[in-house]
Design a binder for this molecule. Structure first.
Ligand code: GLN
Length: 213
């Protein structure tokens, strides 16, 4: 079976190429043919069966997503049940509510997840660190790489908590939307990207063309 499907990585700011690479390797691992595309402007998101919002700087990301008209497209995709993965700044962008810093910078969060986030939850003194994490969807620990990482401080009942660190939620999912405070694309471990691909290929509502060979 060949899926002529696009999986898009928002590429207007931040750690884009690592996600593109990880997705391509994960697709190769399962022998599935799908195209991984960089999303720099409007018009591509509606053609994608899955979308990644990478890490970076969330104020800039939010501003550019809105300016380019991509923000609304991502919201519409979420409404259609298209799987979305947000990592680090992506977790912030997906949230419904932010902290004082978010308010101060008038960040327009996409409000796709019923979550409240703290932008720099682990403090400036610990800019980056690694931690072995128990993640509910995986059967053995995952090495989380945290870089000026945010955290989810609270969430609504529709959100499933997948992992916690120091009382903060650092991995969660709501339906087909997955948010991580760490960077799975910076490890060689593709299990989370595979989990995301599972969601994409299970999702029946995406518009894909299927051909049997
Ligand atoms: N804390 C950053 C922000 O507020 C996100 C950091 C990251 O994505 N590595 O945008």
């Amino acid at each position: 079976m060949v899926f002529f499907m696009k999986i898009g990585v928002i590429a207007i700011q931040g750690a884009v190429s690592e996600h593109v690479d990880a997705l391509r390797r994960a697709l190769a691992e399962r022998g599935v043919d799908a195209e991984v595309v960089a999303i720099k402007h409007k018009g591509i998101v509606p053609k994608c069966g899955g979308i990644v919002i990478p890490g970076g700087e969330s104020t800039t990301l939010c501003r550019l997503l809105a300016r380019e008209g991509i923000a609304q497209e991502v919201k519409d995709a979420a409404t259609r049940g298209i799987p979305i993965l947000g990592t680090c700044a992506g977790l912030i962008v997906l949230a419904k509510e932010g902290d004082k810093q978010v308010e101060k910078t008038s960040q327009e969060l996409l409000a796709i997840m019923d979550t409240k986030v703290n932008r720099n939850a682990f403090g400036r003194q610990r800019d980056s660190f690694e931690a072995e994490l128990k993640v509910k969807i995986l059967d053995s620990p995952f090495t989380g790489i945290f870089i000026r990482a945010p955290g989810i401080v609270s969430c609504g009942p529709g959100v499933r908590v997948l992992s916690k660190l120091e009382d903060l939620i650092i991995a969660a999912e709501q339906g087909n939307v997955l948010a991580l405070a760490f960077h799975p694309e910076l490890t060689g471990d593709l299990r989370i990207h595979q989990y995301f691909l599972d969601k994409i290929f299970k999702n029946t509502s995406n518009d894909r063309e299927t051909t049997t060979i």
